[in-house]
Design a protein around this ligand. Structure first.
Ligand SMILES: Nc1ncnc2c1ncn2[C@@H]1O[C@H](COP(=O)(O)OP(=O)(O)O)[C@@H](O)[C@H]1O
Ligand SMILES: [Mg+2]
Length: 368
């Protein structure tokens, strides 16, 4: 079925002008579709949901319907107080009234409204942008802060349970002879194994805080990286959070840590010169300023006490996942050269060390 027939299964006004690929997402296939009539233009986003990552697309559409219904109402109520026009995509139904369309090759398609006149940057653009990213994530968390997480399905169970990744790491070293060989053949890998051991105890810090009731589960985004944050082309202010498939019950701390990990390391995840990898405090301060201003509306001081740990933990966790995958033989993360996953792990562990040496500065920033 071609794209133009497919997108016309959805209930968009006007006549179709064009459908073309858009954005730099690496999970779903994303297209921009433009419809017009005599007076108006309608731009929508058509996406094929990646069923390898999300085996049950009906489940994520169900989550999306509930979240957007809640948030749209809340945005309308908050519009007088807000300093900008915030947006959130809306599901466009099929002509038969469904949330998604299944083509004859079993592909799952959905259409959502486009956030108009806004850009999702692939990299951090400097301090003003970092602050806007913090504001968008903080406001997004506030929007979700009063939805009960009961009744929401988890699209990626175990995604941020660090002890689960440690168990997988132990298993691969125990059960896969090649993994043992890779470890003993590389001095670098052995140093990294020692790095992991020193942080084994720390790895459960957020899970423990959850179990003893210091932290509570809330709805979180699940993938708050820089190119899921839309910045208004005319005002430079953040206007929306997109890529809502990973929304799930969890700790907003994971989102906070992951956003800082990705936005405040100017070298990015693929840098091979480790001397360029560090946590940029200026970017970090700007992000936190934006986030905390919004977080005042829903965070307790116990929540804030764990923000530093979250930044450190999420960086350690991603490093561990790359390292485990290197040992396992590059099964999960695609590589384009040998030892790429070992390099990626080194970047995250280096960033983790950089976060650790800034602990007192970060704590002061986050807890006052
Ligand atoms: N509602 C939307 N409005 C405007 N642009 C969008 C919207 N949804 C997606 N995009 C664009 O498409 C890209 C990929 O979409 P995304 O939902 O993030 O998919 P992926 O899960 O593959 O990252 C985004 O980075 C953005 O550029
Ligand atoms: Mg995305």
């Amino acid at each position: 079925m071609d794209l133009s027939n497919l997108v016309q299964e959805f209930d968009v006004g006007g006549r179709l002008v064009t459908v073309m690929p858009t954005g730099n997402g690496n999970v779903n296939d994303t297209y921009l579709a433009i419809f017009r009539n005599t007076f108006e233009e309608y731009q929508v986003i058509l996406q094929r949901i990646n069923t390898k990552v999300f085996p049950d697309p009906a489940l994520i559409m169900n989550n999306l319907r509930k979240v957007t219904a809640h948030v749209h109402q809340k945005l309308e109520k908050d519009c007088e107080r807000a300093d900008r026009v915030w947006q959130m995509p809306k599901i466009v139904k099929t002509r038969n009234g469904n949330d998604f369309f299944v083509d004859n090759a079993n592909g799952f398609w959905r259409v959502i409204t486009k956030i108009p006149s806004a850009t999702a940057f692939d990299e951090s653009q400097g301090v003003e942008h970092a602050r806007e990213c913090g504001t968008v994530l903080g406001y997004f968390h506030w929007l979700l802060s009063d939805i009960s997480h009961e009744g929401f399905a988890d699209p990626l169970p175990g995604f941020h349970i660090t002890s689960g990744y440690l168990a997988a790491y132990d298993r691969v070293l125990e059960e896969v002879p090649e993994a043992k060989r890779r470890l003993s053949a590389s001095m670098e890998a052995r140093r990294m194994a020692a790095f992991v051991e020193k942080r084994r105890e720390f790895a459960t810090v957020l899970q423990k805080a959850l179990v003893c009731g210091e932290l509570q589960k809330r709805m979180m985004h699940g993938d708050p990286k820089v190119n899921n944050i839309m910045i208004d082309d005319f005002t430079g202010k953040g206007s929306a959070m997109i890529d809502l498939d990973t929304i799930s019950p969890g700790l907003v701390h994971y989102d906070f840590g992951d956003a800082i990990r990705s936005i405040c390391n100017p070298a990015g995840e693929e840098e091979t010169n480790l001397s360029k990898v560090y946590l940029d405090l200026e970017l970090c301060e700007a992000f936190c300023m934006g986030y905390l201003e919004q977080a005042e509306m829903f965070m307790s001081s116990a929540d804030k006490n764990y923000l530093y740990d979250a930044v450190r933990l999420i960086t350690f966790e991603l490093g561990l996942r790359f390292f485990q995958d290197f040992l396992a033989g590059d099964i999960y993360f695609k590589t384009s050269f040998p030892e790429q996953n070992l390099h990626r792990a080194r970047v995250q562990f280096t960033l983790c060390e950089s976060i650790e040496v800034r602990e007192s500065m970060l704590q002061k920033l986050l807890c006052g």
